[in-house]
Write a protein that binds this ligand. Sequence first.
Ligand code: AP5
Ligand code: MG
Length: 213
Amino acid sequence: MNLILLGAPGAGKGTQAMKIAERYGLVHISTGDIFRENIRNGTPIGNLAKSYLDKGELVPDEVTCEIVKDRLARPDVRNGYLLDGFPRNLYQAAALDTFAKIDGVININIDQSLLLERICGRRTCKQCGEIYHVSMLNGAENCPRCGGELFQRKDDNPETVASRLNVYNEQTAPLIDYYTKKGLILNFTGTEAPAEVLFEEIRSALDGLGKRP
Ligand code: AP5
Ligand code: MG
């Protein structure tokens, strides 16, 4: 099963991606995580991507599409993958159509007034990648799951979030229509439901998708 996760910044894509990938044995491919890793390692891709991430803008399409195409050519994706944060505009979606066959697109809709608080309170584990909100941590400074160090993303500040949200509304939201027309969209509301409840809703829809003839 090859899936895409769509949603505004902070909608809960990464949180759901970890659960979905584990449940279905899919490879989780987050373009944001790939860029952040390259930035940490000081690679040429990281050096190019840094200014875009810092401003909340999209890294140029040619670079991003090439990275995903290469990643999907690796043998570990044979049993399925979950794209988190790609595609992000119509150009990337059309490019993806030339090198991938997608079975479903999970779209997490969310009330955008909630996003700033969610994003600015996010903490991520350096070691296992688990995503938290400070409200869940009861003051803990290390990952409750593995003890790893928690960090706050550099682009999780009000100015960059505003820019990321504009980019989402202008460039990414049209993909909902694009994939609805292809009959691939699965819609969910990420506003009220806690992450575990939302995951159960997604799981139930994906189990149905797996049973389609
Ligand atoms: P990326 O890393 O993809 O960031 P994003 O799209 O802005 O999304 P986030 O990771 O911020 O949010 P999320 O939806 O994963 O939410 P999460 O689960 O963490 O991209 C970053 C940058 O990389 C881009 O700006 C761009 O520069 C570049 N880039 C990436 N892909 C690109 C591409 N294809 N093309 C070009 N450039 C690209 O949750 C957020 C918070 O909410 C957490 O605190 C979490 O605990 C909490 N939470 C989650 N679910 C719930 C829930 N159900 N209830 C309550 N709280 C919840
Ligand atoms: Mg994410």
